[in-house]
Design a protein around this ligand. Structure first.
Ligand code: NAP
Ligand code: 8YV
Length: 320
């Protein structure tokens, strides 16, 4: 039976399993994504949690007097102002680890699709061009012999690196703190890494420190044989510079799962033959999204029952 003394606010859309499971425990208050809308005072006072996929407007944090926890759908929580939440004594949780394998698998697929153009080759077949015009052209790029640099060797970055080992590429990484017990080449800056490798994979969070760090200086350092893969956050890329770099041959190709202003993908990308584009699907399988949804709910229920959460973000640490 749901406990109607507790209500959870859900702004905008979220995975249906979150709602199905949550409604067995608490009352759900569904509101549109964006700035706070009118909520009856009696109901507002019962809202102790938020489940969010996307951007949580700070107005909700300020206007809900009894809010205790924000449970974010996704490991990346750039849509939640954790500083503001911490100021209000609110715990923020996210969904780490349960998606590592899926996102790493997608990254390898995106890398291969970008260098070997498999989606385009399939279209060649589907459009009857193999039969009518002949074989798909040889791809100028190959994964063989590449030097790969990973920006962000965290939970997902490590899984990407492990998957790349059997491909016999050289592996390096840049993070702010060097990782203990890791044999891959460490570069002390993104620029140094871009100069040393011909393939850059980004899997860093969207933060002030990563905002537009991939700019023309980095693309020039990567060079004309360079391949750029982004599965982290689109905000880490200066898209004007990336589009120019792809157009004028500063780099050879890019594979992108994330964009600066989703879902508004810049039309220039669609015109670029050397860009391989995915609509932010790295974790988007039924089993992985179900596991993420369960973690969103389990964090909320654990908090309401025992003041314990499974996966708090580091900015709002609490007892597990
Ligand atoms: P994580 O375990 O926290 O790893 C993040 C890594 O990035 C760490 O190695 C961290 O090392 C590094 N990093 C952070 N800020 C940096 C900076 N300014 N410069 C250089 N390195 C920096 O996170 P994760 O679970 O692997 O997830 C990473 C991100 O991937 C998420 O935050 C999310 O944005 C994105 N993601 C995307 C999808 C998708 O669908 N495309 C799915 C899942 C996740 P240091 O702290 O030592 O610098
Ligand atoms: C999700 C992601 O697609 O976990 C993340 O950080 O980017 C993806 O797994 C996204 O969070 C769902 O809104």
């Amino acid at each position: 039976m749901p406990d109607h003394s507790v209500a959870v606010l859900v702004p905008g859309r979220i995975h249906p399993r979150v709602l199905e499971r949550l409604k067995e425990h608490v009352e759900i208050v569904a509101v549109p994504m964006g700035a706070p809308t009118e909520v009856a005072p009696e109901l507002r006072d019962r809202i102790r949690g938020v489940a969010i996929s996307g951007v949580l407007d700070n107005g909700w944090i300020e206007s809900l007097p009894n809010l205790e926890i924000v449970s974010n759908f996704g490991v990346g929580y750039d849509g939640v102002d954790t500083k503001k939440a911490a100021e209000h004594g609110i715990v923020v949780t996210h969904t780490p680890d349960v998606l590592n394998d899926e996102v790493a698998d997608t990254t390898i697929a995106l890398l291969l699709n970008t260098v070997r153009q498999y989606p385009k080759a399939e279209n060649h077949l589907r459009e009857g061009r193999w039969k009518n015009e002949g074989p798909y052209p040889l791809t100028p790029l190959s994964l063989k012999g590449r030097k790969v640099g990973i920006l962000g060797l965290g939970r997902i970055g490590m899984e990407i690196a492990k998957r790349l080992e059997p491909f016999k590429v050289e592996l390096g990484y840049h993070t702010r703190s060097r990782r203990e017990g890791v044999d891959y080449t460490y570069y002390s800056s993104l620029k140094d890494m871009a100069e040393a490798v011909d393939t850059l994979i980004s899997v860093v969070p969207g933060t002030a420190a990563t905002h537009k760090i991939f700019d023309m200086e980095i693309f020039k350092a990567l060079g004309e044989n360079g391949v750029f893969i982004n599965v982290g956050r689109g905000t880490s890329v200066n898209e004007d510079h990336l589009i120019a770099a792809l157009k004028n041959g500063t780099i050879a190709a890019a594979g992108l799962d994330v964009f600066y202003d989703e879902p508004n993908v810049r039309p220039e990308f669609l015109e670029l033959a050397n860009a391989c584009l995915l609509p932010h699907v790295a974790s988007a399988s039924v089993p992985t999204r179900n596991a993420m949804a369960d973690l969103v709910v389990d964090n909320l229920i654990g908090w309401f029952k025992e003041k314990k959460v499974i996966s708090p973000v580091p900015e709002t640490p609490v007892k597990r």
